[in-house]
Design a protein around this ligand. Structure first.
Ligand code: NDP
Length: 539
């Protein structure tokens, strides 16, 4: 990682630490009140009604905070956007546009171009035309543009963060302190590799693949763009990028920054559109590789499309991660890890720790601690710096989450909802936790992709491993214990691409990220991630 990226990360780390410290203090000062409220509610209600445990009244009884709103004035959202093809803004050939909304208000932010198959063909042709020149440049030359882009991301960090929160609904604290600093870090990291690829692949002769089609999701729109662009460009490939329908704005601002950084025309093309645009892109016959992040279902469709042509692909799909807490863990620290694991980004996280496995001996006190902590979480305006949990990304996603929550109730699990008030408009959900969950329930098996935690128990290490691995997915896992030997023992047996020990949701451009099974294949980040963007021959 470059020095600049390192200092960014340090800043982000210190911001995270500050946040954690604040949160801990708040928990301490309110724990008693929350516990009292919770106890009263449980006593008066007795058995949970309809599977839902009555929550303590409201967070506003526990904490009062004046809003600390980040101003939206820094962003300049155009009423309409075109497509970024061959270094120019091009109107969609069909003339069609679609609205992109602010999920916190339901208001339309802008009308964005809907790319047709003809636009896809134009973008792929532009990327093909630019490919030979870009590949022939020295690594240092390619790095020059990438460093410029990374610095522009830093210069415009606040604007990017606000835009990301407006268009996607994530809390400004996260887009400001996590997403955007990581975007810069990924671009710096991969810029650093551009002239050192001979060292990444010693004894091998490597070649760029050519033109890469990249389709990204709505949960980390700008970060996924950086994860995809960084290794592709460093390795000498040209790119056609398709952001998600509900979150196109930061990718379009990134295209403006690509322009400002002076990239040659056609090296980066950005096509907005819906699923059909993504399908048209991945099925274009002139692609040399496809990189996709999104649902397992669409990942399977892409595999079927590409199989006859044997086009190389990497798929980063869903997850149902186990976060395993042993009785010897530092429990307060583990509570924070669970909170970060499932309520970070409203639970719209492929590697979210959505299955909490707690050792049976501590399940009651641990769940009680979690409930107390949940009572301090604030759901609200994504631009409010006090907000812990922002808006659900779309009305459609809200419906999917509600349907799965209902299945949990129908199958007999017990639901605890954080007692916080919800804004009176926009798409929001309270943080939720299901107990009495059995491994066969849908809420224990399917990716909910929302702020919903399912709690299961285990007695022994073997049982913890068996339950953690009892999933078709295999993206990430967490282990909480004071024993280093147990961490290593578990990490060897957990079938997941990433295992975090006494932490969760830590990302770094030097570390490969990716999954097994229904979580897809291929790695992003580190040398392993570069490997997917080159063709090798023996030196
Ligand atoms: P999708 O997989 O449909 O979307 C991901 C990206 O693929 C978007 O850019 C989407 O475009 C595009 N796309 C959609 N259909 C196709 C296609 N046939 N060919 C190529 N690209 C396509 O996810 P959803 O947004 O529908 O979310 C559904 C579920 O997927 C969520 O509930 C969650 O469980 C999971 N998911 C997982 C993610 C992860 O990181 N693992 C990320 C997002 C979702 P568009 O948005 O325009 O439709």
């Amino acid at each position: 990682m470059s020095e600049q990226a390192g200092s960014d990360r340090a800043e982000a780390d210190s911001a995270e630490t500050e946040t954690t410290e604040t949160a801990t203090t708040e928990t301490d000062s309110t724990e008693t009140a929350a516990a009292e409220t919770a106890t009263t509610e449980t006593d008066t209600s007795g058995e949970p009604v309809g599977g839902i445990v009555a929550a303590p009244s409201t967070t506003s009884d526990l904490l009062t905070y004046a809003p600390a709103l980040e101003s939206a004035a820094i962003v300049d959202i155009a009423p309409t956007y075109d497509l970024w093809i061959d270094g120019r803004w091009v109107a969609p050939s069909s003339g069609e546009r679609f609205p992109t909304m602010n999920p916190a208000t339901g208001e339309t932010l802008s009308q964005v171009a809907l790319a047709s198959p003809q636009d896809v063909a134009a973008a792929v042709a532009a990327a093909r035309a630019a490919s030979e020149d870009w590949a022939a440049r020295s690594g240092a030359d390619r790095a020059k543009y990438m460093y410029r882009l990374a610095r522009l991301v830093q210069d415009r960090a606040r604007e990017l963060a606000v835009l990301e929160s407006l268009d996607g609904g994530k809390p400004i604290r996260e887009s400001r302190d996590i997403d955007v600093p990581l975007v810069a870090a990924h671009l710096f990291h991969h810029a650093g590799w551009a002239d050192k690829l001979d060292y990444a692949f010693p004894g091998r002769r490597w070649h760029p693949l050519g033109v890469v089609g990249q389709v990204i999701p709505w949960n980390f729109p700008l970060l996924m763009a950086a994860w995809k662009l960084g290794p592709a460009l460093a390795c000498g490939n040209t790119v056609v990028l398709k952001p998600a329908e509900s979150t196109p704005l930061t990718a379009l601002l990134l295209a403006q920054l690509v322009d400002e950084a002076g990239f040659p025309p056609g090296v980066v093309n950005v096509l907005t559109g819906a699923g059909e645009t993504g399908a048209a892109l991945v099925s274009h016959p002139d692609l040399d590789k496809v990189a996709f992040t999104g649902s397992t279902e669409v990942g399977r469709q892409i595999m079927r499309t590409l199989a006859p042509r044997a086009t190389p692909m990497t798929l980063e799909l869903g997850g149902k991660a186990a976060n395993v807490v042993f009785e010897d863990a530092a429990l307060d620290q583990a509570v924070e890890g669970v909170v970060n694991g499932i309520w970070f980004n409203q639970g719209h996280v492929c590697c979210a720790g959505s299955r909490l496995l707690v050792q049976e001996s501590i399940v009651e006190p641990f769940v009680a601690k979690l409930q107390r902590r949940m009572a301090t979480l604030r759901v609200g305006d994504p631009l409010d710096k006090n907000t812990d949990v922002g808006a659900i990304n779309s009305e459609e996603q809200l419906g999917r989450i509600r349907e799965l929550v209902q299945s949990g109730l129908d199958e007999g699990a017990e639901l605890y909802e954080a007692p916080c008030p919800l804004p009176d408009r926009g798409w929001f959900l309270r943080p939720m936790m299901f107990t009495d969950v059995t491994p066969a329930m849908r809420i224990a098996r399917e990716e909910i992709f929302g702020p919903v935690l399912s709690v299961l128990t285990f007695r022994t290490e073997d049982e913890a491993v068996a339950k953690a691995n009892d999933t078709a997915y295999g993206l990430s896992a967490g282990v909480w214990t004071e024993k280093g030997s147990r961490i290593l023992w578990m990490a060897e047996r957990l079938r997941s691409g990433v295992v975090w020990a006494n932490t969760f949701n830590q990302f770094d451009p030097t570390a490969p990220f990716g999954g097994f099974g229904d979580s897809g294949f291929g790695r992003e980040g580190g040398i392993q991630g570069l490997r997917h963007y080159v063709r090798m021959e023996a030196a």
